[in-house]
Design a protein around this ligand. Structure first.
Ligand SMILES: Cc1ncc(COP(=O)(O)O)c(C=O)c1O
Length: 384
């Protein structure tokens, strides 16, 4: 049987048991709160793991036609679409594959309303329910790049702009204002949403509360979330509630395992160069930015060796630092960059032609399976 420490680096590894643990919790919340929780592929779309996910959740949200197709083909349940802007080329395909379609602006709804009506008239067995994304202008996210509720945001219609009533035919409201947030953050957003849009709720069939509900993070108050959702449902019993988290599905379910390939020192700064790249394989570390945990590192203390880690691309900024280790790092040392199974493989690039880390699944029984290995052909086929 293959062992993790014998596999050549770099590779992402996904743990089936950790994934099932998250999925069980999500299913429990879904059942206890009486809501639908669907999977957002923006955070993770490793479809070869979908046979595991399907045991718990089959519905998904799509923000592109590719996500829509993948949801239908590989998860098999209903697809709920939200795209910042539909076009005449895409709208019919969205209608043909979606259960709900959320428009980002009143303009968009008006532009495509006749396509929607035509579709629904000619497909009585698969009608699509239209919704509008609203912006409750309640900002609970510290990282601006992930904050859809900043002043001037392009996402969703504000209460002022809506002018007190819903466009005729709109059946649902959608808001997305969270990112790696708590149930208490949701409570604040929900209060703002109800203050601004509550008068419209008697005429809506569904409310989609977007993503960002990090219910699988240690310390998340799951019972409070269930209570909050049940209270909402008690106030509006005719409304179906949908949550569409991404990160919560794959939070802490996998790592990126790399090796040190060189150690350089300039101006007193020691950099261990690894056989992966922050820019290409862990883009959030630079975009947010944040410093990922490394299993082999230790807290700074006397006698410990501290290093910046550098990616193997030519981008000057492709580094993060600093971490300390008990012993000096040497070529061949393996480093485990933790929690790299959300917003990673969906965002990676082949910049510099750097080889993409393989993707490995560690089954619950400890056996290892390559989900994907990358080759020169993958790089070449993206170019023309
Ligand atoms: C509209 C929408 N729904 C769902 C999500 C998923 O959010 P998360 O992965 O933070 O749960 C996002 C993330 O950007 C989003 O924009």
């Amino acid at each position: 049987m293959m062992k993790i420490n014998e596999l050549p680096t770099p590779f992402y590894i996904v743990y089936e048991d950790r994934l099932r643990k998250n999925l069980s919790l999500i299913k429990r919340v879904k059942e206890a709160a009486g809501v639908n929780i669907i999977m957002a592929f923006k955070a993770n779309a490793l479809w070869r793991t979908f046979p595991i996910i399907k045991d718990y959740v089959t519905d998904s949200t799509a923000s592109s036609l590719n996500e829509l197709k993948l949801g239908r083909e590989e998860l098999g349940g209903d697809v709920y679409s939200y795209c910042p802007a539909y076009t005449p080329e895409t709208i019919k395909k969205y209608l043909a594959g979606s259960k709900h379609i959320t428009f980002n602006s009143v303009n968009q709804y008006e532009r495509f309303r006749s396509d929607l009506d035509d579709w629904n008239k000619s497909h009585p067995d698969s009608v699509v329910s239209p919704g509008l994304r609203v912006n409750p202008r309640c900002s609970v996210i510290e990282t601006d790049i992930y904050n859809p509720a900043l002043p001037g945001s392009r996402f969703g219609v504000t209460a002022d702009a809506l002018g007190g009533r819903l466009p005729a035919g709109i059946e649902g409201l959608h808001f997305h204002a969270l990112c790696e947030s708590t149930s208490y953050d949701l409570q604040r957003v929900l209060t703002a949403f109800e203050e601004q849009f509550g008068h419209l709720l008697e005429n809506v069939k569904w409310v989609n509360m977007g993503g960002g509900h990090l219910m699988t993070k240690e310390g998340y108050d799951v019972e409070h979330l269930i209570w909050l959702l049940r209270e909402f449902k008690n106030r509006y019993p005719w409304i179906d509630v949908i949550l569409e988290p991404g990160s919560a599905f794959t939070w802490r379910t996998g790592d990126l395992i790399t090796s040190v390939v060189d150690v350089v020192e300039n101006d007193g700064i020691k950099t261990a160069i690894i056989d992966a790249s922050f820019a290409c394989h862990m883009p959030d570390t630079l975009e947010m930015p944040y410093k990922p945990a490394i299993t082999e590192s230790v807290d700074a203390a006397e006698g410990h060796q501290c290093y910046r880690l550098g990616g193997n691309s030519c981008l000057s900024g492709d580094y993060v630092g600093d971490w300390c280790f008990e012993k000096p790092l040497e070529i061949g040392d393996r480093l485990t960059l933790e929690d790299m199974n959300h917003y990673t493989t969906v965002k990676t690039t082949m910049f510099n032609g750097i080889s993409h880390p393989a993707i490995v699944l560690c089954r619950s029984d400890g056996s290892l399976e390559y989900l994907r290995k990358y080759s020169y052909e993958d790089y070449k086929s993206r170019m023309s």
